[in-house]
Design a protein around this ligand. Structure first.
Ligand SMILES: Nc1ncnc2c1ncn2[C@@H]1O[C@H](COP(=O)(O)OP(=O)(O)OP(=O)(O)O)[C@@H](O)[C@H]1O
Ligand SMILES: [Mg+2]
Length: 168
């Protein structure tokens, strides 16, 4: 039997996987993604402790005309706001076992005209119902990480397509 063919006009699956061999490389992917953002995107960062979620967002700083040093691990402040080329809301839900959109005014940050980058996104109860770009980082060796980008809607799928066409 031949493999199933996609119908013409049906977009390719919105998933893109890369392997990063260093923190530097992970930051480079953050910078590349950020260079394509237009405002209104929601990035859900998923991955174990120390996987590289903050590292990726530090890389995003460069693509948003922000300073990397200003991106901190927001363990005490759950929300950090930065104003570069676009507003960046850096949110870390680690300290909340389960968060809801109604907590901490999250709704306002997640659905803004800026960019929301949320570490431990899976702790958000409504996560699966939202339109977002999942950035899932997993260990693949001491300094190696697998980074999977997955879109749940057309808008973020277009972003993945642009990331691939510019940088793959
Ligand atoms: N390929 C890689 N990509 C990203 N980080 C890497 C890589 N190789 C090694 N590292 C190291 O892993 C660590 C990642 O830390 P980081 O704070 O970004 O993780 P995190 O996912 O935000 O953790 P937390 O859940 O505690 O917030 C850094 O010390 C970084 O230097
Ligand atoms: Mg972190």
């Amino acid at each position: 039997m031949s493999a199933a063919r996609r119908e013409p006009g049906v977009p390719a699956p919105a998933i893109f996987v890369i392997e990063s061999k260093s923190a530097h490389e992970t930051k480079a992917w953050g910078r590349r993604l950020a260079s394509l953002l237009e405002g209104g995107e929601l990035l859900g960062l998923i991955g174990e402790l120390g996987a590289g979620k903050t590292c990726f967002i530090k890389g995003m700083a460069r693509g948003l005309a922000l300073r990397e040093e200003d991106i901190l691990s927001p363990s005490f402040t759950l929300i950090q706001e930065h104003h570069g080329r676009l507003p960046l809301f850096h949110i870390d839900l680690y300290r909340l076992d389960a968060a809801s959109l109604e907590d901490l005014g999250l709704r306002e940050y997640l659905f803004s005209a800026g960019i929301a980058a949320v570490e431990w996104f899976e702790r958000l109860r409504e996560a699966e119902d939202l339109d977002f770009l999942a950035v899932r980082i997993s260990y693949a060796g001491a300094n190696a990480r697998r980074i999977e980008f997955r879109a749940t809607d057309e808008r973020h799928a277009t972003l993945i397509a642009r990331l691939r066409s510019h940088f793959e």
